[in-house]
Write a protein that binds this ligand. Structure first.
Ligand code: AMP
Length: 584
């Protein structure tokens, strides 16, 4: 989604960023106005009337309207989806729904969509491109190799359309009617993005990117996982891609006629020289720096690399020779949240400055003693952890996001947050709780063990296996060789060391049960065949997720996915450490 910019080359970026500057200076006033506007529009909806009796008052809102999760609002959303009037939830028309990826929880959820939502989305994307232009400068002439995918829109029983956030953007007039000399034009024609078959689409994105290799100045996908997937796809298909370039003929299995026509035009005639050049690069034993070798003018990569995406950073660094990674925004199907005002900072330092004009935000303090404290956007405290509550124009009120953020600073008068983790992701076999953040740290430590070997950790997920007593943690790992495409050679000793390091990264509570009273068994890593995690993604895509928004679940709950993982296990290894954690 991070691809469009309508900055004309001579226009001042600072002028374009003035709206963002103003809202960040006046965050308090703007938040109050947003809530007032939402309540004035929606106080008489069936939902809000039951708490507010039609009164649109901030204090009453805070006192009476409950905090909700998806399960609480689902019956209302389903009634609108089934054809009841949208004034159940919203005073303004609900134009459709957004389907969340459904990978952090189990099922894709539907969220009401209105025109204001699309306006906010455009505001965020434009602001990101202005910020990029301001900070990166000088690299605006060229094309983006963008891995964007869509899924055909579906309709609810009442005929309202629904699709993912990314598809909503890519099918919007804003994207479709972007000016031809848009600062970042794409190497792929729109027909590739709209091809309903994601594999054909991926192949064509790469082919168009290869043919226009000299023009590519940035490589992008909404989430970092998609970029890693694209490079592995290239690794598995470069011979065929080169043969298409050599002959000037697109492979016959690209059947989508519209996609085929547009890609054939870009492919042009046979190009032996280019085919040889790409073949030479891809034929090298190591794929280190392949992005910069094939697309030598690439200045940076644009992709979300925070939260669970942080675990793809070392792989992207390997493939790109550490090109700058720009993590542009934090957004969801519920609302847009914030933008990265310092796009060239290191992935670990990324914080998102909230946009006070898009929704009304409150923050629930994440507190170990379960004290309930809710504050407004401008009242959050530096260093504290919060879960955002969203009240938007389309019909969500005090909706608990389930994300945990930490306040890292202020931009003008608007707080900036670091994305920490999803609240719901945790492993537990006894009375301990191992959070997403701890799991990601443990994976980083294990990656350091792999660093000096030929192996890269490409994907992982985990479960708390309680089928035997005592229960234990199981990590499924997909590993890749840095030097060849075939399944890598596995060194048992190295993998046991990885198990030990992962387990030692866990906290004292875990170790109390693990070593002192044996309530937790030794941690296990099961290495799965290459391509297994693509099959897992296919399961989620068949249930409605899109490649663009898909995030591999950190803790796997789907039985179907677990069956696929189990079927693909190559090697099982257990930790043999009985030492307590690194922290004790
Ligand atoms: P979806 O509604 O399916 O697009 O998923 C939205 C969720 O993706 C958010 O609630 C976050 O958990 C995650 N997410 C979105 N943007 C970011 C980001 N910049 N960093 C980390 N996680 C993100």
């Amino acid at each position: 989604m991070s691809l469009s910019s309508d900055i004309k080359v001579n226009e001042s970026v600072d002028e374009k960023l003035k709206v963002f500057e103003d809202i960040s200076l006046n965050a308090k006033q703007i938040q109050d106005n947003v809530l007032k506007e939402i309540l004035t529009l929606n106080a008489n909806t069936e939902y809000l009337r039951s708490f507010l009796n039609g009164i649109s008052d901030k204090e009453l809102f805070k006192k009476k309207v409950p905090l909700v999760t998806y399960e609480d609002v689902k019956p209302y959303i389903e009634r609108v989806a089934d054809g009841e009037s949208c004034d159940l939830l919203s005073g303004k028309p609900i134009t459709g729904f957004l389907q969340s990826s459904g990978t952090s929880g189990e099922k894709g959820k539907l969220f009401p969509l209105d025109n204001k939502f699309v306006e906010n989305l455009m505001f965020m994307i434009q602001t990101c491109s202005f910020l990029r232009r301001k900070h990166v400068g000088g690299t605006v002439h060229g094309k983006q190799l963008a891995f964007h995918f869509t899924k055909p829109e579906s309709t609810t029983p009442s005929g309202l359309p629904y699709s993912s956030l990314s598809t909503t953007f890519l099918t919007s007039d804003y994207f479709k009617n972007r000016p031809p000399n848009n600062v970042f034009s794409l190497t792929s024609p729109d027909q590739v993005i709209f091809c309903p078959d994601n594999i054909q689409s991926m192949y064509c994105h790469l082919l168009c990117g290869l043919v226009q290799r000299d023009e590519v100045v940035s490589v992008t996908a909404t989430f970092a996982s998609v970029l890693v997937r694209a490079i592995i796809f290239l690794e598995n298909n470069w011979k065929e891609l080169c043969s298409n370039i050599r002959s000037g003929q697109l492979s016959n299995w690209i059947k989508d006629p519209i996609c085929r026509r547009s890609v054939s035009l870009i492919l042009g005639g046979p190009n032996l020289e280019l085919a040889d050049l790409i073949e030479q690069e891809c034929n090298q034993t190591s794929w280190k720096g392949i992005i910069t070798r094939i697309w030598p003018n690439t200045k940076y990569i644009i992709s979300i690399v925070t939260g669970q995406m942080a675990h793809y950073v070392p792989t992207l660094d390997f493939y790109s020779n550490k090109l700058p990674l720009i993590s542009p925004f934090y957004a969801s199907s519920e609302t847009m949240f914030g933008v990265n005002v310092n796009p060239l900072c290191k992935p670990l330092d990324v914080s998102y400055t909230f946009m006070p004009n898009v929704s009304y935000f409150e923050f629930l303090l994440v507190d170990e003693v379960n004290k309930v404290e809710i504050v407004d956007l401008v009242d959050v405290k530096l260093g504290f952890y919060y879960e955002p509550l969203v009240t938007n124009y389309a019909g969500l009120y005090r909706y608990r996001m389930g994300d945990i953020l930490q306040v890292t600073g202020f931009y003008n008068n608007t707080p900036q947050f670091k994305f920490v983790q999803r609240r719901s992701v945790a492993l537990s076999v006894h009375l301990e709780t191992t959070t997403e953040e701890q799991i990601l740290k443990a994976m980083t430590n294990a990656r350091n063990v792999l660093e000096s070997s030929d192996l890269m950790l490409i994907e992982f997920t985990c479960v708390a296996d309680t089928s035997s007593d005592p229960g234990h943690y199981v990590f499924y790992w997909e590993l890749k060789s840095k030097t060849k495409t075939a399944d890598p050679e596995l060194d048992n000793e190295l993998l046991v060391e990885c198990c030990n390091v992962v387990e030692k990264s866990l906290d004292n509570v875990y170790w109390n049960y693990r070593s002192k009273d044996g309530r937790i068994g030794a941690l296990e890593i099961r290495v799965v065949k290459q391509g297994t995690f693509d099959s897992i993604m296919d399961i989620y895509i068949s249930r409605g997720a899109t490649i663009t928004q898909y995030k591999t679940p950190i803790c796997m709950k789907s039985d179907e996915a677990l069956t696929v993982l189990e079927r693909s296990v190559l090697v099982r290894v257990f930790s043999n450490t009985s030492e307590p954690s690194l922290h004790s």
